[in-house]
Design a protein around this ligand. Sequence first.
Ligand code: AMP
Length: 233
Amino acid sequence: MTRHATSEYFLGKTKIGKGITMGLRIVMLGAPGAGKGTQAVRMAKEMGIPHISTGDIFRKNLREGTDLGKKVQGYLNSGALVPDELTCEIVADRLQEADCANGYILDGFPRSVPQAEMLTGFLAKRGEKIEVAVNIDVPDEEIVGRLSARRSDPETGAVYNLKFNPPPPEIADKLIQREDDKPETVKARLETYHETTEPIIAYYGELGVLKNVPGSNATPDEIYQRIMDVLPK
Ligand code: AMP
């Protein structure tokens, strides 16, 4: 097992520019397309901590044709969740890498109560915990419109939205639509979200770390500001 910097060191949090607190372990919650990824990328950059997206990890393995990619292909293409055990293994490995010692932003994980419980247990063994769960709240009607307008750059992985966050014209031609953002799959993903993922909002509420952020009728910059306002200072 990899050896890590001890958690004590990081419990003393350090303030960095603009009142942002460093050293936080953050979970991003919200339906697919709520804007978790966009916000998580920016937060990670400004806070200097890694952005860990299980969806990105799975897609990278799919593209590269690894064993993991082959195992998860069917789930991703149909919009179903990858089994908890496999997903948790991948996350546990990732969280033991050295760059996670200063905190991180989890995006797309946990996605079920068993995953959330596993994460709590894994962290507790290390004397750690999730300090904040940010739930970006967007109504279903808006989610469907957003996902169908989402496009990504196959080379950099950067995500755009034709309506809300248009790409620079020079790269517009090379952008692709994720297979699972096509309308048939979006419906399945939303159903899975409500049945399996939404209950973890209450789970983090009970742990006392939940922060709800309204995620509609606002620009990505405004939502970012709302998130900064609710992070522990
Ligand atoms: P995302 O990019 O977060 O929307 O994830 C894309 C797909 O990857 C999901 O529809 C699932 O098939 C799979 N996936 C991502 N994260 C998880 C997770 N925490 N648990 C199970 N499956 C996941």
